[in-house]
Design a protein around this ligand. Structure first.
Ligand SMILES: *Cc1c(COP(=O)(O)O)cnc(C)c1O
Ligand SMILES: [Zn+2]
Length: 405
């Protein structure tokens, strides 16, 4: 049989099911909802086995049949993917969860899992003839897309809140992005981008879920978790949720793997974690709602999950309901304490968003929602190095002649 690189067949609306041509640049469905990439999974099942995948290079492109890029020569890569799935034995013992694992996305290029979405999104955009990417961002996505755009020879237009982490500004500037700060939140940045685009031919609006391929990059976290467990699924996956692309992507990967026959049995219960200063999904889930209400006056140190109203909120909620999952909000003091606890017990300096997941695990274990025998995978979505001010450092300054106590 002929080998081929991508099994992408078409795009499908996540709400109304309308079909769209995947060989053209597409935005949202006419109903206003995100489009999802669909693949010829029968063909993949016939041609590829997990064993084949196991023999490929250690990056996310090992799953290329399930990714949208049709020509391997069009891949824009910095080596993203196949991050460690670490056992967390000392923290697990402290929490009463010996089966605690952490998928550590601090090791991807640009320091956050946003690189996965940027690698696949930029590659596919360029393959379809896009010459510039434009996006509002809380910082990490803008940095990743600006750098991958530079790698692929595309231009980038980025608008971020003035309060976004300073390092992400530096990354955009270094990459040669056209960068603006806005005295507001990510929604304000989005309005500025949308208004600027008609004057910029060749540019695509790559805002969260407004193009279909960032999600495909992020779904590879789900594929990797299964592969790294020996093509087996954990009991629970815990994810810090902002725009929701990561958790929607992981859920999509689970369904695709099950349809392919690469995994069997129950899907993991999915847990969406937010900060109590911005918890629209948690509130919607608690009320049994199908979508969220905009969160007023959003604020948290976990900047990457400060999303007051996500375009894909209904897809996140669907995934939580379908897997008997849950949604948890944690306070900033709690997650900052757990950021230090994870470093103290396991030597991992994780980001505040990842730390929020450990606070949620602590709560869920205390409430009994998690049992001691559950195998739990926490996503640490980035490195603590991007948030140098999150940890208070109070140390004595000595004169060279002083003596240590
Ligand atoms: C963007 C971001 C998130 C939230 O990701 P979504 O997939 O948009 O929900 C979590 N953690 C970090 C570090 C981020 O940058
Ligand atoms: Zn639709």
């Amino acid at each position: 049989m002929q080998s081929y690189f991508s099994a992408l067949s078409h795009l499908e609306c996540g709400r109304c099911g309308s079909g769209y041509d995947a060989t053209a640049v597409q935005g949202l469905c006419s109903c206003g909802s995100p489009l999802l990439a669909r693949y010829d999974l029968d063909r993949v099942a016939a041609l590829v086995s997990p064993r084949d995948v196991g023999g490929r290079g250690p990056d996310l492109w090992r799953y290329h049949e399930l990714l949208p890029v049709g020509d391997p020569a069009r891949i824009v890569s910095l080596g993203e993917g196949m991050t460690p799935l670490l056992a967390m034995p000392r923290l697990g013992r402290a929490l009463g969860l010996p089966g605690l694992l952490m998928k550590d996305e601090s090791l991807v290029p640009t320091g956050t899992f946003k690189a996965r979405g940027a690698a696949v999104g930029v590659s596919r955009a360029a393959e379809l003839g896009v010459t510039g990417v434009a996006m509002p961002t809380n910082g990490n996505a803008g940095a990743a897309w600006a750098l991958y755009a530079a790698r692929g020879g595309l231009r980038s237009l980025i608008v971020m809140p003035a309060g976004a982490p300073a390092i992400t500004r530096a990354e955009c500037a270094a990459a040669g992005a056209e960068l603006y700060l806005v005295d507001g939140l990510i929604g304000d940045a989005g309005r500025l981008i949308a208004a600027a685009l008609p004057g910029r031919p060749g540019f695509q609006d790559v805002s969260t879920l407004k193009e279909p391929y960032r999600l495909e990059g992020k779904k590879t976290m789900g594929l990797e978790i299964a592969e790294q467990l020996g093509w087996r699924l954990p009991g629970v996956i815990v994810y810090p949720t902002g725009g929701g692309v990561g958790i929607i992507g992981i859920y999509k990967a689970l369904l695709e793997m099950r349809e392919l026959g690469w995994v069997t049995g129950d899907l993991p219960r999915l847990v969406a974690v937010q900060a109590s200063g911005c918890a629209p999904i948690v509130t919607a889930f608690a009320g049994g709602a199908r979508q969220s209400e905009p969160w007023p006056d959003a604020r948290t140190v976990a900047f990457g999950i400060t999303v007051p109203k996500a375009l894909g909120d209904f897809l996140v909620l669907d995934a939580l309901y379908a897997t008997s999952g849950t949604a948890v909000a944690v306070d900033d003091e709690e997650l900052l304490a757990d950021q230090r606890e994870v470093a103290r017990l396991e030597g991992c300096f994780i980001c505040p968003e990842g730390a929020a997941c450990f606070s949620a695990v602590r709560r869920l274990r205390d409430s009994g929602w998690l049992s001691g025998s559950d195998e739990v995978v926490v996503l640490n979505t980035g490195t603590g190095l991007k948030y140098p001010d999150a940890v208070p450092v109070d140390v004595p300054l000595l004169a060279p002649a002083d003596v240590l106590p």
